[in-house]
Design a protein around this ligand. Structure first.
Ligand SMILES: Nc1ncnc2c1ncn2[C@@H]1O[C@H](COP(=O)(O)OP(=O)(O)OP(=O)(O)O)[C@@H](O)[C@H]1O
Ligand SMILES: [Mg+2]
Length: 391
């Protein structure tokens, strides 16, 4: 008897370890896949930007617009994978505020009413005066995922976003009159890559990551999420959020907008370090388009050589994280700092979503941008880095 118990315990332990390992290798796979896909996508985004800045005929301009739309969609998918990796790495920070539900829901209404109307769906938001304790950005991401789904999986009828009090909690609900979800799928849909009606895996229909992100965010915030649905008759997703006593104001709810820095006048020199020649050429071409001078290097040594031969100390370093021969962008930035004699403002670009990389950049307080980055985002990051350095 005792022996059987021991055996059962060992088996359970082995099963737990196997499950843990499976989860870890999944996390590593996601990080690796998104890294490898980000590289070529980054080059495509840069080249598209350079092309569309040139003179184009009508037909080419339309084709360019389609290319840019397709690239945008691809970037969105990769961003979703990155979101998951970040959540799994435990570096998504939660910043709790007293948030006015009315304000949150007004944003949602403004964002989606147009799209619902285009699809001839009713869209009603029934708001309330409650104030809840949550992270407004993460809470918004949960709501947006739920509303996106309601829109995607409803062909006719209406979508309703509402809220009601339940004790010391507020239940926010998103319901639709769409295709609904069978009983036996209602848990599964919260797993990564699970999609009920997309066996052909058409990427236009998403990846199946929305609810996996919702589940992680719900765990992180401690806001339980639930679903009720009858197949063919629509679905209702609910989210429970703690209420703040009515006396508290909703004053600090608005997320702080970052100031846009003015474009720097006069050309400055950007030192670009990337071992991928295609990405490097793309970045140099784009900087030139923006009126900046550039130094281009493919390794730590090359970066120092470039500075010596030109006699120029760059005003900014833009370094890829993973360089050849085991070198990293962090090491390259260090070398340039050593050579320049001061900490030149620097941006680290990475296609890596591996938790360790994210953490080490975080620890150095370096600005970290994830490939693929859209040219306007890169431009804004550069301007912000310069204006912070000038403070
Ligand atoms: N409101 C809904 N009505 C019916 N089915 C839904 C609804 N929301 C989600 N589902 C089902 O759950 C699956 C998983 O949803 P999830 O949001 O995770 O992925 P997705 O919407 O398919 O893709 P993504 O969100 O990554 O763009 C969907 O593919 C769909 O089958
Ligand atoms: Mg979705």
């Amino acid at each position: 008897m005792l022996q059987e118990l021991h055996l059962a315990r060992d088996e359970a332990e082995a099963a737990r370890r196997a499950a843990e390992q499976a989860a870890q290798s999944k996390s590593r796979f996601l990080a690796a896949a998104s890294h490898d896909l980000r590289q070529p996508l980054q080059s495509l985004l840069l080249f598209a930007e350079v092309l569309s800045a040139g003179t184009l005929g009508d037909r080419e301009r339309r084709t360019m617009a389609s290319i840019e739309r397709a690239l945008g969609a691809l970037k969105m998918l990769l961003d979703a994978i990155l979101d998951i990796s970040k959540l799994d790495a435990g570096i998504t920070t939660v910043s709790l505020h007293d948030v006015s539900v009315r304000e949150m829901l007004e944003h949602i209404e403004a964002e989606y009413a147009g799209r619902a109307a285009e699809r001839r769906l009713g869209f009603r938001v029934v708001s309330c005066d409650a104030v809840v304790r949550t992270d407004p950005a993460l809470f918004g991401r949960i709501l947006r995922n739920l509303v996106e789904n309601a829109l995607r999986y409803t062909d006719r009828g209406r979508i309703l976003v509402g809220c009601r009090r339940r004790g010391d909690r507020l239940v926010v609900q998103v319901s639709d009159t769409g295709i609904g979800i069978a009983d036996d799928k209602q848990q599964e849909i919260f797993e990564e890559f699970v999609q009920v009606g997309n066996s052909e895996r058409d990427r236009e229909k998403g990846l199946g990551l929305g609810l996996a992100i919702v589940r992680r965010l719900s765990g992180l915030l401690g806001h339980p999420v639930a679903v009720r649905s009858i197949l063919g008759r629509g679905a209702t997703f609910t989210l429970e959020v703690p209420l703040v006593r009515p006396a508290a104001g909703a004053g600090d709810a608005a997320p702080v907008a970052t100031e846009r820095a003015d474009a720097p006048d006069g050309a400055r020199t950007v030192l670009i370090i990337d071992d991928d020649p295609i990405v490097l050429t793309g970045l140099v071409a784009m900087m030139a388009n923006w009126g900046q001078r550039t130094l281009a290097a493919t390794s730590c040594n090359d970066a120092v050589d470039q500075m010596e031969s030109s006699g120029v100390v760059p005003d900014l370093i833009l370094a890829d994280y993973r360089l050849q021969a085991g070198e990293t962008g962090l090491a390259a930035i260090d070398r340039v700092w050593g050579h320049a004699g001061w900490e030149v403002p620097a941006i680290l670009l990475t296609g890596d979503t591996a938790p360790a990389v994210l953490r080490s950049a975080h620890a150095r307080r370096l600005r970290l941008l994830h490939k693929p980055i859209l040219p306007p985002e890169l431009k804004r990051a550069i301007e912000e880095t310069w204006s912070q350095a000038a403070e």
